[in-house]
Design a protein around this ligand. Structure first.
Ligand SMILES: Cc1ncc(COP(=O)(O)O)c(C=O)c1O
Length: 441
């Protein structure tokens, strides 16, 4: 292969060690390097020409499908117009335009604080919650409540409230004042279609924490309205409503981490609408730009934002921000992505395809290898019976499915899926057929 061939056309890098890969066993990766070179719509192509259905929508993020021409053009145009300007006490119009477009999509929210990732959005939301109470003279509210099995990214705050032990174990104390609700995975909910019927009462764990620590010491409770990266656990019917009630009773801010569920995955712009529960803060990222340029954000209600307006005029109202908050390229990508969602009726397609998606996943429950199937909107997990150590069956199925032409995301032995929201019946059927063939073997 000639040396000058650009990577995008298929040059296989011969040094697989320089890049310290995220959440990756370098040894296992190097045994069989899976390298993607191109993408279009719901498909990826590898460096050796293998075509795959992107069953994970990138990593829960390419909601409009890959290489959307409108988004690509907007990024190219912006890069040639204003490559970068910061927003610390100055600004650039496209960031304001992007912010207005995002909050237009989010009923009840009037403001967005821009970040560059979901992890930063989560840490920003937690800091806003602490600062909100401080501004209102309730600086004693320092405790943050998360939930077992939750994934809120990998920065210090998100890791602290997160509930996946493997992610925390290497890093010690983290944020010192944290408590966790129990997770909502219950055996009686096995193979639930959509929201499971059992488990609303688990929300009363928050009341228990209020009794134990004093509700007046808790700043915020953060949950994913539908948990994703921890293995896909839709909320039990009534659970989120109960959390809202307890938060209201004790003056606790309710944060929904919608990094995965935001931008159409439940068939509505945000999951809080689909589930009928209004949080005080929402974190988002991923589908915000169709994953083309990194961007995240925290949506805030007017009530939260207004608490910051009484300080000295010359001082920032929040001592927080990123060099790239509202980056012009990300802002352009965001606006073009929202255009693509609207013009392509992509959220509507997600709502339409949620039923066929659910039917396909639950058609697999007869397979002896399958222990549980969970789904909601265009998210799903086929949870396999363990074979030996947890993760062995999941990894083997992932590898087999890759070879068969579908990408899934193994979380332990749960095969998690979140394809682009542009999926058709044909793609759903293809994913179903390949899953059945793999899991019957
Ligand atoms: C619910 C949730 N929060 C936060 C994050 C972190 O996002 P990022 O990887 O962009 O930092 C993720 C990533 O999957 C997520 O699923």
């Amino acid at each position: 292969m000639p040396d000058d061939l650009p990577l995008a056309q298929g040059r296989i890098p011969n040094d697989l060690d320089s890049f310290w890969m995220p959440f990756t066993s370098a040894e296992m990766f190097k045994e069989n390097p899976r390298l993607i070179a191109g993408a279009q719509g719901v498909h990826y192509t590898t460096v050796d020409g293998h075509r795959l259905i992107d069953g994970t929508g990138g990593l829960w993020c390419c909601n409009a499908g890959h290489n959307h021409p409108g988004i690509t053009a907007a990024i190219q145009k912006q890069a040639a117009t204003l490559d970068f300007a910061h927003a610390f006490g100055q600004g650039h119009p496209i960031a304001f335009e992007a912010a207005a477009r995002v909050v237009d999509l989010a009923p009840g929210f009037d403001h967005v604080f821009f970040t560059n990732s979901g992890s930063e959005a989560v840490d920003t939301a937690l800091k806003i919650a602490l600062a909100y109470h401080h501004a209102r003279g309730e600086g004693q509210r320092r405790m943050l409540v998360g939930r077992e099995k939750a994934y809120h990214g990998i920065n210090f705050g998100g890791l602290s409230v997160g509930g996946l032990g493997l992610n925390k174990g290497q890093f010690g104390t983290l944020y010192p004042s944290v408590a966790h609700l129990r997770h909502t995975s219950l055996p009686e909910n096995v193979n639930s279609r959509g929201l499971p019927q059992h488990g609303a009462a688990l929300a009363d764990d928050l009341q228990r924490l209020c009794n134990l620590h004093g509700g007046h010491t808790i700043a915020a409770c953060i949950v994913e309205p539908i948990s994703g990266a921890g293995g896909v656990y839709p909320p039990p019917v009534g659970y989120l409503q109960r959390l809202r009630e307890i938060c209201d009773t004790h003056g606790i801010l309710l944060i929904f981490d919608e990094v995965i569920s935001g931008f159409g995955r439940m068939g509505t712009p945000f999951a809080y609408e689909a589930f009928g529960v209004m949080p005080d803060l929402v974190t988002c990222a991923k589908g915000m730009t169709n994953a083309t340029v990194p961007m995240g954000g925290v949506l805030a209600t007017a009530a939260v934002r207004d608490a910051f307006r009484d300080g000295p005029k010359a001082m920032p109202d929040l001592f927080h921000g990123y060099t790239y908050s509202g980056h012009p390229l990300a802002s352009a990508a965001c606006i073009a992505t929202l255009d693509a969602y609207r013009d392509g009726k992509i959220f509507e397609n997600a709502a339409t395809m949620a039923g066929p998606w659910e039917d396909m996943l639950h058609s697999l429950t007869d397979l002896p290898a399958v222990m549980d199937v969970r789904n909601c909107g265009i998210i799903g997990a086929v949870h396999l019976h363990a074979e030996g150590d947890v993760g062995t069956a999941g990894r083997a199925a992932y590898a087999g499915l890759w070879d068969a032409g579908v990408i899934v995301r193994p979380v332990g032995d749960a095969l998690c899926m979140s394809p682009p929201l542009t999926i058709t019946q044909e793609v759903v059927d293809e994913i179903g057929a390949r899953l059945r063939a793999q899991l019957s073997g």
